[in-house]
Design a protein around this ligand. Structure first.
Ligand code: HEC
Length: 132
């Protein structure tokens, strides 16, 4: 096969593949808000309340109630980067519970959740901040 023909074939392959690359959906690493909301409603709402207002029925008699998510008043800097409430901090807090960072023992570790579930929960929590 002459180099000319090989070149032509290569060019054809590239031309066919090009649109395929452009049509790929953008790779999204951020969590899914509606999946997070659904998980929140089965797992977190009992303490954190409707829309993350901090008034869940199970937290009624807590001395230290969860802070409303809309205020984004996050307390824990789990990775010691001088910023509390970063995505990494929320991931750690949800995974390990707040007692692991000197906080309330009432926020349990959710070590059974997949990272992707926690990313969805974080996306939902962030969406509540935006509603402020
Ligand atoms: C049994 C009650 C309870 C449940 C269920 C619960 N939490 Fe909490 N959560 C708390 C309490 C209490 C605090 C406040 C802890 C503190 O300030 O020491 C808290 C704090 C938090 C914080 C704030 C951390 C910070 O840096 O201030 C986040 C985020 C959080 N919870 C996420 C979740 C998510 C997501 C779920 C569901 C998977 C969940 N929680 C389920 C009780 C609960």
């Amino acid at each position: 096969m002459s180099p000319w023909i090989v070149g032509q074939r290569l060019l054809r392959v590239v031309c066919i593949m090009l649109p395929v690359f452009f049509l790929q959906p953008a790779v999204v690493h951020a969590g899914d808000v509606s999946a997070g909301a659904a998980l929140y409603e089965t797992t977190c709402i009992s303490c954190h309340g409707e829309g993350g207002d901090g008034n869940g029925v199970a937290a009624d008699d807590f001395v230290l109630k969860p802070r409303p998510f809309a205020q984004a008043a996050f307390k824990f800097d789990t990775d010691a980067d001088w910023e509390s409430g970063s995505d990494a901090d929320l991931m750690n807090v949800i995974k390990n519970g707040t007692a692991a960072y000197g906080g309330s023992a009432m926020m349990p570790p959710w070590s059974g959740l997949a990272d992707s579930d926690i990313e969805n929960l974080i996306a939902y929590i962030r969406s509540l901040e935006a509603v402020r």
